[in-house]
Design a protein around this ligand. Structure first.
Ligand code: AHG
Ligand code: MN
Ligand code: MN
Ligand code: MN
Length: 333
């Protein structure tokens, strides 16, 4: 069984999408924070880690204690490694600059965007939650200060993206532009072992995932697509599955075959999910797994971001399913 580190070394011998050393250094921080969160999530009911932190975050949400714990775990883990120069998080208004350590001979050149705890509404009820991460190369010169443009890069510029799902087991799934691979944590060793190599979306799935409670507020094209999912024709009706944790819903659909939809609604005309912390990394993984991700009309990875906490409608899954939904969206006009 390969550990994550062994796998990266072996894989990059043949295909360098970013250097082996950089990936190893990035993952040394990501694994450390993931293990700290795994541990905390697993004993949340015993350690007063459930419930609200008492803060309303920049998203206008009641921040949970574990949202804050996870945010701090990642910041700390990245601060202690010489690889990342800036982090933007769902839980903070502004990006955070990581100062270079004096002894550092390699320059910190990477930008990280994170959703430290995804699905926080599920924390208190013991349902799977996750972390989503996205990594870019900085655009500005290393001699200059970081600027907002370093963070507002199109998703197609990502060098690494992935998620950790704290589920019945803890699994880390990533892509550095060379397929999608999953590693399950063996908690007794504290080591991530390769459990899912080269994950590919099943060609045509049978699952649709959407918060249907909002359907009265959906665009017509989405309502018609949901009707289509329920028709008794060909391989339909599809099965409805929705956890309310993007990481969990995405992971199930990736393995079993399904479409995930979070459309715009009358009350959220830009959608709910965040382009930089949620949609871009999931879109990158979708494409790397042979699938597709769009806002219903255009490719997510081609959207030019204008704001750190920008939201977008989001659809991802097997190409056939996403393209079918897009047909319904185009028919609206
Ligand atoms: P977060 O917990 O990071 O704020 O993300 C919540 C997101 C996402 O995880 C999930 O798919 C979606 O919100 C659920 O929204 P609804 O409750 O509106 O369905
Ligand atoms: Mn949130
Ligand atoms: Mn989220
Ligand atoms: Mn979150």
């Amino acid at each position: 069984m390969y550990t994550l580190g062994e796998f990266i070394i072996k894989k990059n011998r043949y295909c360098f999408s970013s250097s082996t050393e950089t990936l190893l250094r990035l993952f040394s921080s990501i694994k450390l924070a993931a293990k700290a969160i795994h541990k905390e999530v697993n004993k949340a009911g015993l350690t007063e880690k459930m419930g609200d932190s008492g803060i309303t975050n920049i998203q206008g949400e009641n921040q949970k204690k574990l949202d804050e714990f996870a945010h701090k775990a990642f910041i700390k883990a990245f601060k202690n490694r010489n690889v990342v120069c800036g982090i933007a998080s769902e839980e903070r208004k502004n990006f955070i600059i990581i100062k270079e350590k004096k002894e550092n001979i390699l320059k910190n050149q990477y930008i990280v965007l994170i959703d430290p705890l995804d699905g926080s509404s599920n924390i208190d009820v013991n349902i799977s939650i996750g972390t989503i991460f996205s990594v870019y190369m900085r655009k500005s010169s290393i001699k200059m200060n970081l600027t907002i443009e370093d963070f507002l890069q199109k998703g197609n510029q990502q060098v690494l993206a992935g998620y950790i799902m704290y589920g019945s087991s803890t699994i880390l799934v990533y892509s550095s532009g060379n397929g999608v691979h999953g590693f399950t944590l063996d908690p007794s060793f504290g080591t991530f072992y390769l459990s899912h190599s080269n994950i590919i979306f099943p060609k045509m799935g049978k699952i649709y995932s959407i918060n249907e409670g909002n359907s009265e507020k959906f665009p017509n094209g989405i309502r018609k697509y949901i009707k289509f999912c329920k028709e008794k024709k060909e391989n339909r009706p599809y099965t409805a599955r929705y956890i309310g944790s993007l990481v969990g819903d995405f992971h199930r659909n990736l393995i079993q075959g399904g479409i995930y939809i979070y459309p715009k609604t009358d009350s959220s005309p830009k959608g709910k999910l965040r382009l930089l912390y949620e949609c871009n990394p999931m879109a990158f993984l979708s494409e790397q797994a042979g699938g597709k991700a769009s806002d219903g009309k255009q490719r997510i990875l081609d959207i030019e971001p204008t704001k750190l906490h920008q939201r977008t409608p989001f659809v991802c899954g097997p190409i056939g399913m996403v393209s079918k939904l897009e047909e319904f969206m185009y028919c609206e006009y």
